[in-house]
Design a protein around this ligand. Structure first.
Ligand code: SF4
Length: 755
């Protein structure tokens, strides 16, 4: 093995016989925590947090890093597939043959259907930050979707943003203020009140916000947690829990807005000078009295009043919300309502609130080399979800089945899937299987076999982030990621694969020729001294001037340097001109869940419980690592949380095998009977269903229960939360059988052996 670059650079900090420790970054999720990597000969043994480093951390996954990188299921060689899609057989081939045949297939499809018939989907399996910064479409601050097919002539790049993050991280904030979430940071340290809304920082990767919240609460800050579960966050922070009925967050936000307007608690100067649409909001919110909201949200009116007053009177209230608010029928509008509450109570870009963290306080890599989509070609999904495409410059993947199966708005015939598991991530896996079956060409790039590989023509092995170089930017802390171990077999890093494919397609000159060159491009013109960076494995902290607040007053947000927001009116748009232009309601309106106790009373007779899915647990990362025995041991079975009031009449006890049914399907779970969930609501573990997952997880795909057509009309996101279901006790050895009894041991799965 060649010596890793970190060792060549002298980064080794201890050298006991046969073993050494290098400073590096964890490569098992996108957080890239700063760690010490302990090596024995050529092998990674374990990782530990880098002491004293501001981003030093480990978690349950990283304590099992060696089990993951050396797992027997790693893909090792390029493979060509034959036989029926869905039941492929594989034969080992060389990289040249794999890339040549991919390029040839893509050209053939472009000739017959046009280049737009080729689509690339990139997921969360690629953890190198530069991939989603340097390969973003031009004009888009950050997305997981790559611009790799733009020079080929296809606008159809898409990825995990189609069902995660973009609604709350991009669309809602872009509409309200023109500032993306990536350019903001919660000022927990100086906050008086931390509002944790529909997210659980205690299960964060890593739980950095939780640590900050705990510290803030220890010095006297208060925490208000709005969730349908009493999460660990409530307990750790000693916070107040507002137990909300799922899917009603918009109604709660509007009720709080109602209170702050009625009681004249809002920031009058901000509202008068910097907002558009306040009077319309006032009229609309008048219909959401706390008493009315109580009947919608299940939260007592007095608690709503108290929370609204606390937020308005806080000396800096910062709001933490995440994907939890995205997955309802009015996801984008609910988030806009929450953001509006934050803004009109004077908590936006103030000490202790949500800070706008653009340079020179934040840091942007050089964005000038990103490529634009081909002109005159509309990506799929833009006809139904134009705002998703407007802000992201990419296709909305929820429309892929329509394009593949029905040719609408035009056919997609080839799909490249990079580090993603669509079949576990999106509703209606059977529809997706039918779609993948219909493709004429499919390539999968991953570290471990996914079910998608069984539909592919070419499968390529990718390296983990321990096995390649790159960079890590966190705030104004910049570091290089260094390769510390060799990739197994012939696995290559995602960058190498992307560059090699661009070369085969004849436009490699538009991309960096190597990762080294990519790093040079990334920091070109940013003031970062690469030579210094190479010398400092701990990274460099770029100095920042003292923070300036209310940046709209200072002309710091608009490209023309004038005061105001970077929105069409220059105001904080409570009524969005963009929404209006595209035919949506410009106000942050609330819609009842289409499938909910109030929205579909007839269905409620058969499915009387509100179904939620999507929360994360600490052992896995979405659908990843369900095949690692040491992690599965810590979380052996997918759980469904159910309140004792709902469990008792169903004779369900803790640990019972139960079946969760919706009108779309049924899935077996293990019951977790707990008072930490709102009565009438269940929370089912998601992300199961992976090809090589341990049996209990493999047999439990929550998306058999969710609804492909039930979506947020603005983002196109599926409604993973706020559906209806029934839960009943299952025969532990019934017809559907014990999942464990029906599926061979993970490490011996026939599907894996074929790969
Ligand atoms: S959160 Fe855990 S898995 Fe993710 S980078 Fe940090 S240590 Fe690694």
């Amino acid at each position: 093995m060649n010596r890793s670059r970190s060792e060549q650079a002298g980064a080794a900090i201890a050298k006991p016989t046969g073993s050494r420790t290098v400073e590096g970054h964890c490569g098992l999720c996108s957080s890239a925590c700063a760690v010490h990597i302990h090596l024995e000969g050529e092998r990674l043994r374990r990782v530990t947090p880098r002491p004293g480093h501001p981003y030093g951390a480990t978690c349950r996954r990283s304590t099992r890093a060696a089990d993951i990188v050396y797992a027997s299921q790693r893909l090792l060689y390029p493979q060509a597939a034959f036989g029926p899609r869905g039941r492929r057989e594989f034969r080992r081939i060389g990289w040249e043959e794999a890339l040549d045949s991919t390029a040839e297939a893509l050209r053939g499809i472009a000739e017959e259907y046009g280049p737009e018939a080729v689509c690339i989907y990139t997921g969360q399996g690629t953890f190198e930050q530069s991939l989603w910064q340097m390969l973003s479409p031009a004009g888009v601050p950050e997305t997981s979707a790559w611009n790799l097919l733009f020079p080929f002539g296809s606008p159809n790049t898409t990825g995990a943003g189609s069902n995660c993050y973009a609604a709350q991280g991009v669309i809602a904030p872009a509409l309200n203020s023109g500032v993306w979430k990536i350019d903001t940071v919660p000022d927990i340290e100086h906050s008086d009140l931390i509002v944790v809304w529909g997210t659980n920082p205690a299960s964060g990767s890593p739980p950095r916000h939780m640590t900050a919240i705990k510290r803030a609460c220890d010095r006297g800050a208060r925490a208000l947690v709005i969730d349908h579960r009493r999460t660990e966050t409530v307990r750790i922070a000693g916070g107040r829990w507002l137990a909300i009925r799922p899917g009603t967050d918009g109604a709660l936000a509007l009720a709080m807005i109602h209170v702050v307007i009625e009681e004249q608690l809002y920031d009058r100067h901000f509202v008068a000078r910097w907002t558009a649409g306040f009077e319309e909001l006032k009229s609309y919110a008048a219909g959401f009295s706390p008493e009315q909201a109580e009947s919608i949200t299940g939260i007592p009116a007095e608690q709503i009043r108290r929370a609204a007053r606390d937020i308005a009177r806080a000396r800096g209230a910062c709001f933490l919300y995440d994907t939890g608010l995205e997955y309802t029928n009015s996801g984008v509008q609910n988030i806009r309502a929450v953001m509006t509450l934050e803004a009109i109570t004077g908590n936006y870009d103030v000490p202790g609130g949500t800070l706008i963290n653009i340079p020179p306080w934040g840091f942007w890599v050089n964005r000038s080399r990103r490529l634009s989509p081909p002109t005159g070609k509309i990506p799929i999904g833009a006809d139904r979800y134009p705002l998703y495409t407007l802000f992201r410059r990419e296709a909305q993947a929820m429309e892929l089945p329509r394009a593949i199966l029905e040719g609408k708005p035009y056919p997609i015939r080839a799909l490249l899937i990079i580090g993603a598991s669509i079949l576990t991530a999106y509703p209606d896996p059977e529809l997706w299987r039918r779609s993948l079956e219909k493709l004429e060409f499919m390539m999968v790039v991953d570290r471990f076999p996914t079910e998608e590989a069984l539909y592919a023509d070419i499968v390529l092995p990718a390296a983990t982030a321990f096995e390649h170089d790159g960079y890590v930017v966190k705030g104004r802390r910049i570091s290089l990621r260094r390769q510390v171990i060799e990739p197994p077999g012939e696995a290559r890093c995602d960058w190498d694969i992307a560059i090699a494919l661009a070369n085969k397609l004849g436009y490699g000159h538009l991309y960096p020729r190597s990762i080294e060159e990519m790093v040079e491009w990334a920091f070109e013109g940013t003031g970062v001294d690469l030579a210094e960076l190479r010398e400092k494995p701990e990274g460099i902290e770029l100095p920042a001037p003292p923070m300036k607040y209310r940046k709209w007053e200072l002309g710091l947000l608009r490209p023309d340097g004038k005061p105001g927001f970077d929105t069409p009116t220059g105001k904080y748009e409570i009524t969005s001109t963009v929404l209006e232009r595209y035919g949506y309601d410009p106000l942050p309106v609330f819609s009842f869940p289409l499938e909910g106790p109030l929205g579909s009373p007839e269905l409620l007779q058969r499915y009387p419980l509100v179904f939620n899915s999507g929360s994360r647990n600490k052992a896995f990362f979405n659908s990843q690592y369900h095949h690692i025995p040491s992690l599965v041991r810590r979380y052996p079975r997918p759980l469904v949380w159910i309140h004792p009031e709902d469990a008792a009449p169903r004779r369900i006890a803790e640990g019972d095998r139960v079946v969760v049914k919706t009108r779309r399907g049924e899935v077996f779970y293990t019951a977790h009977v707990t008072e930490d969930i709102v009565p009438g609501v269940v929370e089912a573990d998601a992300h199961g269903g992976g090809l090589i997952a341990a049996p209990a997880w493999r047999e439990c795909n929550a998306n058999e229960l969710t609804d492909f057509e039930n979506r947020d009309p603005i983002s196109g996101f599926p409604v993973y939360k706020a559906l209806l279901c029934q839960v009943s006790k299952a025969d532990p050895y019934g017809s559907a059988g014990s999942a464990d009894a029906r599926v061979p041991e993970t490490r011996e799965t026939p599907s894996k052996d074929r790969l």
